[in-house]
Design a protein around this ligand. Structure first.
Ligand code: GP9
Ligand code: MN
Length: 626
């Protein structure tokens, strides 16, 4: 066929086909989508089509070739930016962008190393279709002709594009029932309805949650309050109040997973100091403790510690709901004569902390401005953990007592780079440098914790304090399963293993108490708030929280992840499969069924509180609606 004889809608066809092919190649190369059968493969192939037919099809309404061409190039450019944005985001977060994350542009500026290491020259590939379309418009004679179409033909075209959408949704529904009602699993959504439709869906859900707040009223509280009350346990008389009026120092251990504890690399201990605490008589160490964060990562963990509620399923609650009313741990402590603060050597706007801390009633945020940060004392994300601890203790000495402060470490952050003099052990040896380096930065943070204890003792603050430490979230994502399998001596990492890898260390160190021991209950970050407040002798029976005191005899061995996975003493539910916890083998799914309901209920109630901003109607002094 000669170039000047091309059919009149060739530009439309070129636009659709090139974007389609590029999107499909991107799915296959840039996202880790688990495709299990031919049907899933087919859905993945067709899922961009309905949207592309529709969006490019709008050009059929334009009368002149010039306007039509401009429209198509603009659409192609916007779609490429959206897709590429997802690719860059996925490299870092192993997840797809949601609308609230787009408002976190200030974060992206700060991502420094991580963002830079997520962009490559060959990323130009993601714009191939735009380039081809521009070339087609410039050089093909057909691009100069207006492609007039009869209204009934146009109607047929759009009917076809909708038919395509329904075919896609139909196939997706047979493959994954209730897909669109289960909003927390973004990978499934993208896999089944495609990135572009996923974003439309996301916009819809976000607007819905805005509407939810607007529509919510106090009446929804009754349900939530009843649920929370029925799940509360008796306080433990032995531990309640043992740390009354002591300072509380809570340390968020960046990306620290529990598998490093009491473990070795190249024959060397990874966390010698933390290991010594696991056997210490003043320390409770929980070895079945899981993080419960979502996309908000460190900030989600902070949110959970403060509120014992889940972050939102999409985006970071620090962004989406910083306008809400909360009954935070800080607020309770302010009311009990504590001075509340956070010490973290990063920009105050990162994760929207400056805004959210106000909503959480934290009295002072000592951000990067309060620290002396130089080229020599920083690496990776900023101030190194050892100088950070030294400087933090100096600040703590100036705080009115009793104080409650949260320290957030940084050195063990992806991409886990460090200076040679801070590498206290050799890297691991595998094909995966991220994993190899991880052990070294964990080792360094362990040294920083040792330093903190030493500094606290020297400052005199130690004796009258409680030191609580938790891993904030995973550090090694599923993108590194191969090296992790190698390290753990397994053939592969199953969904069961992945769930078990979400264990993070949790320590409560009560100097001179002599009652510490290893604790094995199934626990999670939700439990930190009630557990700590009760140790301080502050009751929480009127608080709308999802966790329970880990020392209560009524604490249940059952925790739910943000994405609906759960763990009990006998079962692990992950990847929609029920596993026997002791063997890691698949087991009868009916065993998990009752817990699936309970897990969803927990997430639902927590989401209700956040989305409806229900705490604005609640008086936690009386336990009644306002
Ligand atoms: C940034 C630090 C890291 O201040 O808390 O956040 P993360 O990327 O781990 O959520
Ligand atoms: Mn973190």
């Amino acid at each position: 066929m000669k170039l000047n004889k091309l059919p009149k809608h060739s530009i439309l066809v070129i636009a659709i086909v090139t974007t389609w092919i590029k999107t499909y190649i991107t799915y296959q190369t840039s996202f880790d989508m688990k495709i299990e059968n031919t049907m899933q493969q087919l859905i993945l192939l067709i899922n961009p089509l309905a949207f592309l037919l529709f969006i490019y099809g709008i050009s059929l309404f334009f009368k002149t070739a010039k306007v039509r061409n401009r429209y198509m190039i603009t659409v192609s450019a916007i779609l490429s930016i959206v897709l590429y944005g997802n690719v860059a985001f996925y490299r870092f977060f192993n997840d797809f962008i949601t609308l609230p994350v787009l408002f976190q542009t200030s974060n992206f500026g700060d991502l420094g190393n991580s963002a830079a290491s997520s962009i490559y020259w060959y990323d130009i590939f993601y714009f191939t279709d735009v380039v081809l379309l521009i070339l087609a418009v410039k050089f093909l004679p057909v691009a100069k002709e207006a492609a007039i179409i009869k209204p009934n033909m146009r109607r047929t075209y759009f009917v076809l594009s909708f038919a395509m959408l329904f075919l896609n949704l139909g196939l997706a529904e047979t493959e994954r029932p209730q897909l669109l009602t289960r909003s927390f699993d973004r990978e499934l959504l993208v896999k089944n309805i495609g990135t572009y439709n996923y974003h439309l869906y996301d916009i819809f859900i976000q607007s819905k949650s805005h509407a939810q707040r607007a529509l919510a009223d106090g009446s929804e509280l009754t349900d939530v309050t009843n649920y929370v009350k029925s799940n509360q346990g008796e306080n433990n008389k032995k531990t309640f109040g043992i740390a009354k009026k002591r300072n509380v120092i809570i340390i968020s251990l960046e990306s620290t997973q529990n598998f490093v504890i009491n473990n070795k690399v190249n024959g060397q201990e990874i966390t010698p100091f933390l290991n010594s605490l696991t056997k210490d008589k003043d320390t409770f160490y929980f070895d079945n403790f899981y993080h419960q964060t979502g996309l908000g990562k460190t900030s989600d963990a902070e949110f959970i510690v403060e509120n014992s509620l889940y972050g939102t399923g999409r985006g970071a609650v620090f962004f989406t709901n910083s306008g809400n009313t909360f009954n935070s741990m800080s607020e309770r402590l302010n009311d009990n004569g504590y001075y509340t603060s956070v010490l973290h050597a990063n920009n105050k706007s990162f994760w929207n902390r400056d805004m959210m801390y106000q909503a959480l009633n934290i009295k002072h945020f000592y951000d990067v401005e309060s620290y002396d940060v130089t080229d020599e004392n920083s690496a990776n994300w900023g101030l190194k953990d050892i100088p950070y601890m030294d400087q933090s203790v100096k600040i703590m000495k100036t705080l009115p007592q009793p104080f409650y402060t949260r320290l957030i470490t940084l050195s063990n952050h992806y991409p886990f780079t460090s200076d040679p003099e801070d590498q206290l052990i050799k890297p691991y040896t595998s094909d995966d440098n991220t994993v190899n380096r991880y052990f070294q930065t964990v080792r360094y943070t362990d040294e920083a914790i040792k330093e903190l204890f030493k500094d606290l003792k020297e400052s005199g603050l130690y004796d009258n304090s409680v030191i609580v430490m938790y891993g904030d979230h995973y550090g090694i994502s599923e993108n590194h399963n191969k090296a992790m399998a190698q390290y753990l001596g397994k053939d592969s990492i199953t969904p069961f293993d992945s769930a078990q890898l979400q264990k993070v260390p949790f320590f409560i160190h009560v100097p001179h108490s002599g009652i510490g021991k290893e604790m094995h209950e199934i626990a999670g970050q939700m439990d930190i708030r009630p557990t700590v407040l009760h140790l301080l002798g502050i009751d929480t029976k009127n608080d709308l929280q999802m966790g329970t005191d880990l020392f209560s005899k009524d604490h249940k061995d059952f925790i739910t992840f943000r994405d609906g996975r759960f763990v009990t003493d006998k079962l692990v539910y992950a990847g929609e499969v029920c596993y026997d916890k002791s063997t890691g083998e698949k087991t009868d799914s009916s065993k998990c069924d009752p817990y699936i309901d309970q897990a969803n209920k927990k997430l639902d109630y927590s989401d209700k509180i956040i989305n409806g901003d229900l705490l604005r109607f609640y008086n936690n002094k009386t336990g009644e609606a306002k």
